[in-house]
Ligand binder design. Sequence first.
Ligand SMILES: CC(C)(COP(=O)(O)OP(=O)(O)OC[C@H]1O[C@@H](n2cnc3c(N)ncnc32)[C@H](O)[C@@H]1OP(=O)(O)O)[C@@H](O)C(=O)NCCC(=O)NCCS
Length: 147
Amino acid sequence: MTQEVVALTLEDIMPLRVKVLRKDTPVTHCNYPEDTYEDVIHLGVKNESTVVGTSSWFRKECPDLVGEAALQLKGMAVDDSLQGSGIGVQIIAAGLALATERGVSIVWARARDSALGFYLRCGFAEIGPGYMDEPTGMPHHNVYRRI
Ligand SMILES: CC(C)(COP(=O)(O)OP(=O)(O)OC[C@H]1O[C@@H](n2cnc3c(N)ncnc32)[C@H](O)[C@@H]1OP(=O)(O)O)[C@@H](O)C(=O)NCCC(=O)NCCS
């Protein structure tokens, strides 16, 4: 199923972010400091009027690849009922197109270990040591992909 990936507002995406990414986590809100960045863009998918997929992209250096022009991907989430149906792959494709447009050389993310398979499937590679993410209390690795 091909879904159109569109730019959405922070207000549009917040309910899905909280629902998917703050399930049984120590921190219950899902506001990021980067949501205030001037260049942040929230790319997602709507089913009728409901947001069912979301992601946020902004210019930020990867700590493991200092000096490389980079976009960070944060807040990647697909509604539980539609996970595994290809929405995530389509959102990543739209983010990679954005990265090309913005002239950066890499995209990167702080990936939950439970989602590493998804990122590897999308052409990302792990970089750097694993760490515990505070808001979620979940093990993470940084992942990146060259443009
Ligand atoms: C991870 C997530 C964003 C992926 O989106 P999705 O729409 O479910 O993924 P897709 O359907 O596009 O899957 C693409 C491929 O990745 C695989 N995949 C998806 N999620 C996976 C996971 N958690 N672990 C391993 N593989 C996964 C799919 O099986 C599929 O493989 P295939 O093409 O060989 O069949 C989504 O499952 C999700 O929101 N999970 C919960 C929140 C989360 O972990 N977000 C990431 C935070 S870093």
